[in-house]
Design a protein around this ligand. Structure first.
Ligand code: ATP
Length: 246
């Protein structure tokens, strides 16, 4: 089967700085991949290439077999809708009720009138409730988002992605703002969803203690380059020390 993501000799420059340099990476459907590496190594930039929010300076990005740079805006959006992303900062509208934040995941597929009506009279209640049940907080459907804890807000962000029914979930440091226990719960949940639905999971992480237990494969980035790319079980202290050395 076609890989879900291919980066073919990709470089991303911001002015003189190469955030990523000549990166080759292929991710198969259903794989769970952890991206690790020191601050500034290029992890977020890599994720933003995979969801199409960043374009490469050189090289080609293919998602679901389609070269993003050669698609029309409409085709590109259709591909982007098949990739869901959660972020460290959740990116929720805090003064809205949870259901509206969850439904925001469907705005790309709803016509404008439906989105506007839904703000006053929530539509898609069953799907939003099902997504919230999947992330373990069904009772929060009509709660005000600002009343939720950080861990619960990350669950809402994940539910927003789930109503989109993407083929892949990307998570950019999803647990950096959470306490260790809440962080573990979110990591377990991401893996559970990937295992039960077959969705591909690509997560950037500073908490390397999860890499062996939660992922098939670990990609170590350093200064914009892939320093190693191997099965989780093959990563040892020597590889990690080389990755994080000052
Ligand atoms: N929009 C941008 N404009 C200019 N420079 C940028 C931009 N985005 C990222 N960079 C730079 O590119 C490099 C890689 O950044 P990136 O955020 O991808 O790293 P990271 O590995 O995710 O870091 P962290 O772990 O701290 O989040 C850094 O030097 C960063 O300052």
């Amino acid at each position: 089967m076609e890989p879900i993501f291919v980066l073919d000799n990709v470089t991303v420059r911001f002015g003189n700085l190469a955030a990523l340099e000549q990166v080759n990476l292929t991710i198969q459907r259903g794989e769970r991949v952890a991206l690790i590496g020191p601050s500034g190594a290029g992890k977020s930039t890599l994720l933003s290439l995979l969801n199409g929010t960043q374009r490469p300076t050189q090289g080609e990005v293919r998602v679901l077999g389609r070269p993003l740079a050669r698609l029309s805006p409409r085709e590109r959006q259709a591909i982007q809708r098949r990739i869901g992303t959660v972020y460290q900062q959740f990116h929720l509208v805090e003064n809205l009720r949870v259901i509206h934040n969850v439904n925001a995941g469907r705005l790309g597929s709803w016509p404008l009138w439906k989105s506007l009506i839904s703000l006053a009279w929530p539509l898609g209640v069953d799907q939003a409730a099902a997504a919230l049940a999947q992330v373990g907080i069904p009772e929060k459907l009509f709660a005000r988002t600002s009343d939720l804890s950080g861990g619960q807000q990350q669950r809402v962000a994940l539910a927003r992605v789930l109503v989109q029914n993407p083929d892949a979930i990307l998570a950019d440091e999803p647990i950096s703002n959470l306490d260790p226990e809440r962080g573990r719960e979110i990591m377990d949940l991401l893996v559970h969803i990937s295992e039960t639905t077959g969705k591909t999971l690509v997560v950037s992480l500073h908490a390397i203690e999860f890499t062996q237990s939660h992922f098939h494969r670990i990609v170590g980035l350093r200064q914009g380059r892939v320093q190693f790319d191997c099965p989780a079980g093959a990563v040892d202290g020597t590889l990690l020390a080389g990755l994080y050395q000052l």
